[in-house]
Design a binder for this molecule. Structure first.
Ligand code: SF4
Length: 615
C-alpha cells in the first residue's frame, strides 16, 4: 500500500509545548471524551476554540520542557497509565523511580550512539552480532514494567559504549566512516551510577523540546515502537530465530531519531516502516514458538489446583518456562501459569510435562494481591513486574531482563533457588476443582477449520467477528471490554489475545455449531496469528481485511502494543476502536492523521459501539 501523505498544517515555531494543539473538528470526539492529553503553553494557543471548552487544559511552565524545574524529577510518557494522561514527573505510576528513569534515558542515548555507528557499518556490510542482540536487550530493558533495578543499568550503559567502539574499529578496518561530528556516537559515560544519573537527566525525552512537536511526537512513537520490536526480537532470538534486517532497521531507526532535519513526511514513513518491520519480527517469533514447541492446540486449562508444592510462572518467556519444567520434573512440584503465560498450556512441547498443571490468577495489574495469596514460589519472566509486597518478596524471583531491587535474579536459567523456595513453602494442602478455560486457538487451529468458518459466515450463522484484544491495566474504564464481550450477540464470535482477555476469559459464551464463540489466540506476542487469520479469511472471501465482517476492539498499555498498532496501520487496517485512552505522546496533529487516514476511533460505550458496528 502507499504511504499516507501529510494532509494537515502543523504549528510553526511552537513555544516549547509538550503537545501543542491545532484542533480540528475531527478531533472533537476524542477531546470531548477526555482522550486527548492537551499540554501546551497558553501563549502558543491563546484561544480555546468554541466547542472545545470542556477540554481539560494543563499549562506547563516554560521551563518544564528543558530543565524540569518545579519539582519534576523525571519525564516518562511511554505507557497508557502515565500520570494524568500527560507524563510521569515525580515517580512512575508503574513504580519507576527517577534514578531508574534517568539511567534508562542514558541507556537509550548510548544505544542511539551505538546505532549511529552500526547504521554506518551496515552500508559496508559490517555488523556485530553481539551488538545486534545487545541492542534488543537494552531497548527491552526500558520497556514498561521490565527492569526497575538501578544497579543493572550502568553495566548496560558501559556495554553499549564498548560495543559501539568495537564496531568503530571494524568499520575503520573496512575503510568506512567511524568519525562522527556530533551525537552520542562520541559520548563518554561517567564512572559512577550517580554521575550517570546526572548525565541521563540531560538526555531524556524533553531534551529535544525545541523541535517541531509533531516530528518529535512521531520520533517518540518510533522509539516506543522500536522498543516493542526489540522485545519480540529478543524473545525470537532466545529461541534461535533472527533476521539481520530487523537489527538493521532498529539501528537505522534509532540513528534517525537523532536527525534534526527530519521532515514530517519522513517521520511518518519511518513510523509505518516500524510497523512493517514489526510484522516481520512477530513472524520470526511465531516461527520460533511453533518450530520449538509445535503449533498450539485447543487445550482445557484448569483454574483450580492440585495438592502439593507449587511454582507460579508469569510473563511471556516460553524458554524460561520450558527450562523450569525440565528442572522440576519428579520433584513433586506443580507448575502454574499466571497472566500472559496462560496460552503456554496449548503448546504440545510444553503440555507434555505432567506437572504443568493449571492457571492461577488474572492479569499483571492484579499481581500484588494474587502473588500474596499463592502458596509457592513465583518466577517473573519478561514482562510485567510490579513492586513486590513484603508478604511475598521472599517468594518472588526474576529472570531474563526483568529486575527489581533486592529481588533475587536468576541468571542462565538455573532455577535452583526458585525450586528450593517452593519446597520450603507449604504449597496447596488439598486438590481443588475449579473452572476450566480453553486456550490454543492460534492461526493453525483456526485455519484448520477455515471451511467450517467460511460456511458459517456464508450461511449467516456467524454474523460478525470481534477481535477484542490487547493489554489489561488498572483503569476502571477497562470494564468496557468485559461489558462489550457480554453484549456481543449470540451469532457473533469473539477472538482474543493478550492479557486484556482476563476481563472475560472465563466466561462461557457457548458455541456456534462446533466453533466456540470465545477463542483465545494467545499472548500479545501472538498478534501475528490474528493478522494471519484475518488475511487468510480475506483471501477466502476474495476481499480485503477492511471488508471482512471483522471489527478490532483494542486496548493498549505498553510499547509492544504500540508496535502492533503501527503494524495494523502499515497494513492499511482501518476502523480500529482503541482504548481506554490514547497515547500521551501523540500530538493532536498526529492524531488527526490517524483519524483521517485510518478512521481510528476511541471506544465509547459497549452499547453504542456494538450498535454502530452491527447496525
Ligand atoms: Fe509512567 Fe508508564 Fe513511564 Fe512508568 S512506564 S514511568 S507509568 S509513563
Amino acid at each position: 500500500m502507499g504511504l499516507p501523505t501529510w494532509p494537515f498544517s502543523h504549528p510553526t515555531n511552537p513555544t516549547n509545548p509538550i503537545n501543542p494543539i491545532n484542533p480540528t473538528n475531527s478531533l472533537a470526539s476524542f477531546m470531548s471524551m477526555g482522550f486527548v492529553s492537551i499540554s501546551y503553553q497558553i501563549l502558543y494557543f491563546p484561544t480555546i476554540p468554541t466547542g472545545l471548552t470542556q477540554v481539560k487544559v494543563t499549562l506547563l511552565p516554560k521551563s518544564y520542557a528543558t530543565t524540569k524545574k518545579g519539582g519534576e524529577r523525571m519525564f516518562c510518557y511511554q505507557c497508557e497509565q502515565t500520570a494524568k494522561g500527560e507524563g510521569c514527573t515525580k515517580i512512575g505510576v508503574c513504580g519507576k523511580q527517577p534514578d531508574v528513569a534517568s539511567l534508562q534515558d542514558l541507556l537509550l542515548y548510548c544505544v542511539k550512539g551505538l546505532s549511529q555507528v552500526a547504521a554506518e557499518g551496515w552500508k559496508l556490510g559490517v555488523w556485530d552480532d553481539e551488538a545486534n542482540v545487545f541492542t534488543c536487550e537494552a531497548l527491552f530493558s526500558t520497556l514498561t514494567n521490565v527492569n526497575f533495578d538501578p544497579d543493572r543499568f550502568p553495566p548496560l550503559i558501559n556495554k553499549a559504549v564498548e560495543l559501539r567502539d568495537r564496531l568503530k574499529e571494524k568499520i575503520t578496518k573496512a575503510g568506512g566512516k567511524s568519525e562522527f561530528a556530533q551525537g552520542p556516537a562520541n559520548f563518554v559515560p561517567k564512572a559512577t551510577k550517580e554521575e550517570m544519573i546526572a548525565q541521563g537527566e540531560k538526555v531524556g525525552f524533553l531534551s529535544d523540546a525545541d523541535e517541531d512537536p509533531d516530528v518529535r511526537s512521531l520520533k517518540h512513537t518510533l522509539i516506543f515502537g522500536c522498543r516493542g520490536i526489540a522485545a519480540y526480537a529478543d524473545h525470537a532470538q532466545i529461541l534461535g530465530k533472527a533476521d539481520p534486517e530487523v537489527y538493521r532497521f532498529l539501528h537505522e531507526a534509532m540513528a534517525t531519531t537523532l536527525k534534526k532535519d527530519l521532515t514530517l513526511q519522513e517521520a511518518v514513513d519511518w513510523v509505518l516502516r516500524c510497523g512493517k518491520v514489526n510484522l516481520r519480527t512477530m513472524e520470526l517469533l511465531d516461527d520460533a514458538h511453533t518450530s520449538t514447541y509445535g503449533h498450539p492446540v485447543p487445550t482445557k486449562v484448569p483454574l483450580g489446583h492440585k495438592k502439593g508444592k507449587a511454582i507460579l510462572v508469569s510473563g511471556h518467556d516460553l524458554k524460561d518456562l520450558e527450562e523450569l519444567l525440565k528442572q522440576t520434573e519428579d520433584k513433586g512440584i506443580y507448575i502454574y501459569t499466571h497472566g500472559e503465560m496462560l496460552p503456554a498450556h496449548g503448546y504440545p512441547g510444553l503440555k507434555r510435562y505432567s506437572h504443568f498443571y493449571g492457571h492461577y490468577g488474572t492479569a499483571w495489574q492484579n499481581q500484588q494481591k494474587e502473588f500474596a495469596e499463592f502458596p509457592g514460589a513465583i518466577l517473573m519472566t519478561t514482562n510485567c513486574i510490579q513492586k513486590p509486597k513484603e508478604n511475598y518478596e521472599k517468594n518472588i524471583f526474576t529472570s531474563g531482563l526483568v529486575g527489581w531491587p533486592q529481588v533475587q535474579h536468576i541468571k542462565d536459567r538455573n532455577f535452583e533457588p526458585v525450586i528450593k523456595r517452593a519446597l520450603e513453602m507449604d504449597g496447596y494442602p488439598e486438590d481443588q476443582e475449579g473452572k476450566y478455560v480453553m486456550v490454543g486457538f492460534a492461526r493453525n487451529t483456526i485455519l484448520s477449520v477455515a471451511d467450517k468458518v467460511i460456511e458459517a459466515v456464508k450461511s449467516g450463522r456467524i454474523r460478525h467477528f470481534f477481535l477484542v484484544a490487547g493489554c489489561d491495566g488498572a483503569k476502571p474504564g477497562r470494564n468496557y471490554y468485559t461489558r462489550f464481550v457480554e453484549l456481543v450477540p449470540e451469532d457473533c464470535v469473539v477472538l482474543t489475545l493478550a492479557c486484556g482477555k482476563f476481563r472475560f476469559f472465563d466466561k462461557d459464551l457457548g458455541t456456534i455449531g462446533d466453533l466456540p464463540r470465545l477463542m483465545d489466540m494467545g499472548q500479545c506476542n501472538d498478534a501475528y496469528s490474528a493478522i494471519q487469520v484475518a488475511v487468510a479469511l480475506a483471501q477466502a472471501f476474495q476481499t480485503d481485511v477492511n471488508s471482512l465482517p471483522l471489527s478490532l476492539i483494542l486496548s493498549w498499555y505498553e510499547q509492544k502494543a504500540v508496535a502492533i498498532l503501527l503494524t495494523l496501520l502499515a497494513l492499511g487496517i482501518k476502523n480500529i476502536r482503541l482504548g481506554p485512552s490514547l497515547p500521551a505522546f501523540i500530538t493532536p496533529n498526529v492524531l488527526n492523521l490517524l483519524v483521517q487516514q485510518y478512521n481510528i476511533k476511541p471506544i465509547s460505550t459497549p452499547e453504542e459501539d456494538l450498535k454502530s458496528i452491527l447496525g
